[in-house]
Design a protein. Structure first.
Length: 361
């Protein structure tokens, strides 16, 4: 079994508890996402002035950017209780009905990964969001009876990492939709400064910059790396963390200057050394690095593609020119990113015949 990744691993209970303590409690403390934060603040303020529950809210974006934190902030700003569940936990309409029927007036219901909710529950949610009512079906067949159940006004906050999988009718029932984007290095430094203060850590500006630059634009990863640097400093007797000590700590955890971890580098190394930079199919690449295809596709690829290190083509995956440079290899002629790779016939526009590997393989 492969070693867990520091930047993408599942969290232990202690880690989750520490991370929960670092979460901002209100919009003023929330760093970054200025557009979403400004729009959400207006929505919540208007709802408080009207004395009504806030409109239903949908947050979308990659993991670790603050969707759950914002859901908690919505409840705090509205001074309302918060109920937390998730799409995978609601597999039957009865599961959702039990949750909805127990809500109090003004309560905030947070559904994480809402796109993974079952279709019957999703159909029930339409009426609940729009009319604050659900129909409970009693009996089966011709003798079945629908009993209407009135619900108190509530606010649904949904979060999804794959907004494209949400059905249009469900997406349209949210009064406010906010898409969260990756953070810049200066924004991550602000996140780290706040977290360091809460953890009573002494870190100078260069130390913050070093950690932020390796955090893949994600506050969750930034806080996780900060805690690992804290452990390194404690063991090595370092009172104040600077760029040198932060770099030494993160190098020990195999997180390099670009934020690549062991899995990321293994994928790029395999592409370059075993397949000459590609193109190569996903399944073949996964076998070469000893991982499942889903792990390579969902854990490593998004960041590598975003950083311009890996490309996805009709023939398969390719190592872009910056990947060769980052790993210290000379860039051969014809590598995409340095010179255009001929994937299609220039005259006809048709794909060049060869060892073709589709995206899903």
């Amino acid at each position: 079994m492969a070693e867990p990744s520091l930047v993408a691993a599942g969290e232990e209970p202690e880690e989750r508890a520490i991370e929960a303590a670092l979460r901002p409690k209100n919009l003023d403390d929330f760093v970054g996402q200025h557009r979403v934060r400004k729009q959400l603040s207006l929505v919540l303020k208007a709802s408080r002035m009207r004395g009504r529950s806030a409109d239903h809210v949908l947050f979308s974006g990659p993991p670790g950017l603050g969707k759950t934190t914002l859901a908690m902030i919505v409840a705090a700003e509205m001074n309302a209780p918060l109920r937390i569940s998730s799409g995978p936990a609601i597999q039957h309409a009865g599961d959702l009905a039990a949750i909805l029927s127990s809500l109090s007036e003004g309560e905030v219901l947070f559904l994480d990964e809402i796109h993974r909710m079952s279709r019957p529950a999703e159909e029930m949610l339409y009426m609940a969001m729009e009319d604050f009512r659900v129909d409970i079906v009693v009996g089966k067949g011709a003798g079945a009876t629908a009993i209407p159940l009135e619900l108190p006004p509530f606010t649904l906050v949904g979060a999804t990492t794959r907004a494209g999988l949400l059905p249009g009718p469900l997406r349209d029932r949210f009064g406010f939709t906010g898409h969260l984007e990756f953070y810049s290095v200066p924004e991550l430094e602000l996140v780290l400064r706040r977290s360091a203060g809460l953890l009573d850590l002494k870190v100078n500006s260069a130390g913050f910059s070093e950690i932020a630059g390796r955090s893949r634009g994600t506050p969750r990863i930034a806080n996780r790396l900060l805690r690992r640097v804290r452990d390194w400093a404690l063991v090595h007797g370092v009172d104040q963390i600077d760029a040198r000590s932060a770099s030494a700590a993160l190098e020990m955890y195999e997180v390099d200057k670009k934020g690549l971890d062991r899995l990321d580098r293994s994928v790029l190394e395999a592409l370059i050394t075993k397949f000459g930079g590609g193109p190569v199919g996903l399944s073949t690449l996964a076998i070469a690095v000893g991982e499942e295809t889903e792990t390579v596709e969902t854990v490593a690829e998004p960041f590598l593609v975003r950083e311009g290190l890996l490309g996805r083509t009709p023939r398969g995956r390719i190592a872009m020119a910056p990947a060769w440079t980052h790993l210290g290899y000379a860039i051969p002629a014809g590598v995409f990113g340095q010179e255009q790779l001929d994937l299609f016939d220039r005259e006809t526009g048709a794909e060049v015949p060869g060892d073709w590997a589709p995206e899903s393989q």
